[in-house]
Design a protein. Structure first.
Length: 335
């Protein structure tokens, strides 16, 4: 199991973070539609290959989460995608859940599916070169939610998934995402996120998951996107740290935040302050999708053959977040 601990630490060590490039074909199609690029298999591959061969992959990105389509693709230079990622000095990973579906018994909530046949799929992904995996549970906040049923059901699924992943010698990313959508306060986000994370660890321990061989991917503590409450970045950082210190067992080597609806700049600034105030032993890094790719995607859409220009923008964002993972970022560096 020390091998799993080594993988987890090497993904997040020295300020490195995770590029979440695991958008499903449907999600990637929405992203490409938004910038008027046809969502063909070739275009999806071209954009991802552009990022995966950027210089910041070596300096800033410790791991890349892939989607089923992408892990099986061949690059323009005839390398397999996992080989390209390894060659750049990063570690390939794979999203293994099959998406959030309506939760029976609570139709306004979601349960993440994908446990059926997972053991066999994991063996296939391991052979393809994956060294870690991702599974996302989602919870919404309102007066009645997340319900006990949603908290319990998603924690159970995350634990069963993690147990199977470690059995296959890969590191599970455990992602319980309390969504930003809604009118809730930062206090409600704090309370619900704490409850969700504690229940996840109860189940992980029950399922004999080695906590030294996982990465936690939580949301930051923020008021809902429709809330009237405004809190400072300092408050976001302090509330997030307090929540995690009280909810996450000390054996967990690293925490990689999701950006969850924050802008690129907000996600970087909040991560930086979390690391400025962090006096725990947890590595606090990033596992961003849109907050790493959005500007690069918009630039790329104007001329999809402008690889160098696109990489320059991606490299800048990755560098900013790696500095933030060490508490060394400042707004001046954005220019």
């Amino acid at each position: 199991m020390s091998e799993l601990n080594n993988i987890a630490i090497s993904i997040l060590d020295k300020g490195k973070g995770i590029l979440a490039a695991d958008e499903s074909t449907g999600t990637m199609t929405k992203r490409l539609d938004s910038v008027n690029v046809p969502s063909t298999q070739e275009n999806r591959l071209l954009f991802r290959e552009t990022l995966f061969s950027a210089s910041s992959m070596t300096e800033c990105i410790g791991g890349v989460i892939l989607y089923d389509e992408t892990i099986k693709q061949i690059t323009s230079k005839k390398n397999k995608i996992p080989e390209l990622i390894l060659k750049m000095g990063s570690i390939p990973g794979i999203k293994v859940d099959t998406g959030a579906k309506v939760l029976a018994g609570s139709p306004d909530e979601k349960i993440t599916e994908g446990l059926d046949g997972l053991r066999e799929r994991l063996k296939e992904y391991y052979k393809l070169g994956a060294k870690f995996t991702k599974w996302r549970g989602v919870y919404n906040i309102s007066k009645n939610y997340p319900s006990k049923l949603s908290i319990q059901a998603n924690a159970h699924a995350l634990a069963r998934y993690s147990s199977l992943v470690q059995e296959c010698n890969m590191v599970p990313i455990v992602e319980p995402e309390v969504l930003m959508d809604g009118e809730h306060s930062s206090k409600e986000c704090y309370e619900k996120t704490s409850e969700v994370i504690k229940k996840c660890f109860d189940e992980l321990i029950l399922h004999k998951v080695n906590l030294k061989g996982i990465i936690l991917k939580p949301n930051m503590i923020l008021p809902g996107n429709k809330s009237k409450e405004k809190i400072s970045n300092e408050e976001v950082a302090k509330l997030t740290l307090e929540c995690l210190k009280n909810s996450v067992p000390s054996e967990v080597p690293g925490i990689a935040f999701l950006s969850g609806g924050q802008s690129e700049l907000e996600a970087t600034e909040n991560l930086n302050l979390i690391n400025k105030y962090n006096n725990s032993n947890f590595i606090m890094s990033y596992s961003y999708g849109r907050a790493l790719q959005h500007s690069a995607l918009r630039f790329w859409s104007k001329d999809i053959q402008n690889i160098e220009g696109t990489q320059k923008i991606f490299n800048h964002r990755a560098k900013m977040n790696t500095l933030a993972s060490q508490g060394k970022w400042s707004k001046d560096l954005e220019n």
